[in-house]
Design a protein around this ligand. Structure first.
Ligand SMILES: Cc1cc2nc3c(=O)[nH]c(=O)nc-3n(C[C@H](O)[C@H](O)[C@H](O)COP(=O)(O)OP(=O)(O)OC[C@H]3O[C@@H](n4cnc5c(N)ncnc54)[C@H](O)[C@@H]3O)c2cc1C
Length: 317
């Protein structure tokens, strides 16, 4: 590993200025779980590492009924996983964080580092997209908000300028009647990165009819049927007009249809996990690779807006 200078800014603006001063060979360092591996493999040899660990407040977790959840960029996966307020208000987020990597990586790795590294096989981006999150970033004295929808631009690429520092992630409050789930599919047991991830937030009325759905997914092109899948996670906001094709039951039993509604078959599958699993199994048979592990959920997600979004518990194998 090449020698580097270790810089310790005490504000995000200072960190940004250091990046600007030292140009392309300076890199931000958060938990180091991704960057240090890259450096060890000599895929990057920064001259300066700008460590964010001395910036006060960058690891904050703030929960507010009106404003929702604010997570500092340096909040670790472990902090998200174990925060009592997050577990109560955003259980899908806490549960997602619990599945990331292993305890060592969760203790050191940060949410900001995960989003900025931009590995397409990651859990937080898809979960946060489903939750309609936005990020804040600082460049010198300037701050801006970026919707997560527009943050990921390609494999390992994002919308930040080279001297811009991601400071926080903001998630709006869950609407009344909302329920969310993030589910990941892996090719090998628990610790490996997700091959496919799906995040869904459904908002139901008191009649248990689904009023709004927001679906995000990521996955390899071969595994996910949607033509634009692959490099970056994507969210599909469903307009209010999409309402009422199905209501859902988060307990036992099949989804209930609203009175008077005819069943409408999905017009085009975005992601059909059953099909994906079947194919993976077929491919595993051919090339000997591992079969995807699955959890307890069957998802059928469809476009366009008036198609259905169904959540149904499924017996574990
Ligand atoms: C063994 C292993 C298993 C893993 N499994 C999973 C998994 O199952 N699911 C999953 O989602 N992830 C997984 N990961 C990835 C892990 O989540 C990331 O490595 C981690 O979150 C990165 O955070 P970090 O703080 O260590 O980032 P760093 O390594 O410090 O930084 C990563 C990149 O982001 C940039 N950066 C960091 N912070 C900022 C910021 N605030 N503003 C702008 N740029 C910034 C850095 O310059 C660097 O380029 C795994 C990693 C390992 C090593």
């Amino acid at each position: 590993m090449r020698d580097f200078e270790f810089l310790t800014p005490t504000t995000a603006s200072d960190a940004s200025r250091m990046l600007a001063d030292h140009g392309e060979t300076a890199r931000l360092l958060a938990g180091g779980t991704a960057l240090l591996l890259v450096m060890r493999a000599r895929l990057a040899s920064p001259s300066h590492l700008v460590w964010l660990g001395e910036v006060p407040g960058l690891d904050r977790v703030a929960l507010d009924a009106r404003d929702g959840l604010t997570l500092g960029a340096m909040a670790t996966h472990h902090a998200v996983e174990t925060h009592a307020g997050i577990r109560a208000a955003y259980p899908m987020l806490a549960e997602m964080a619990r599945r990331v990597a292993n305890p060592h990586v969760r203790n050191a790795g940060t949410l900001g580092g995960n989003l900025c590294y931009g590995d397409p096989a990651s859990d937080p981006p898809t979960c946060l997209l489903a939750l309609d999150a936005e990020v804040r970033a600082v460049r010198g004295a300037q701050e801006r908000a970026i919707s997560l929808d527009g943050f990921f631009t390609d494999y390992y690429e994002n919308a930040l300028a080279p001297d811009e520092v991601l400071t926080e992630v903001r998630i709006p409050p869950m609407p009344p009647g909302a329920v969310g789930v993030y589910h990941r599919f892996t090719t090998t047991p628990a610790e490996s990165r997700p091959l496919v991830g799906v995040g869904v937030v459904l908002v139901a009325g008191r009649d248990r009819v689904c009023r709004r759905a927001r679906v995000a997914h990521h996955g390899r092109r071969r595994a996910v049927e949607h033509p634009r899948s692959g490099a970056r996670p994507q969210a599909r906001p469903q307009p209010e007009a999409a309402l009422g094709v199905w209501c859902f039951s988060d307990r036992a039993g099949a989804p209930r249809r609203p009175a008077g509604e005819e069943r409408r078959e999905p017009e085009r599958n975005v992601l059909n996990v059953r099909e994906h699993r079947k194919r993976s199994r077929d491919e595993a048979g051919r090339d000997g690779s591992a079969m995807p592990a699955t959890g307890g959920l069957l998802l059928t997600l469809s476009v366009p807006a008036r198609a259905s979004a169904v959540l149904r518990p499924r017996r574990r194998r």
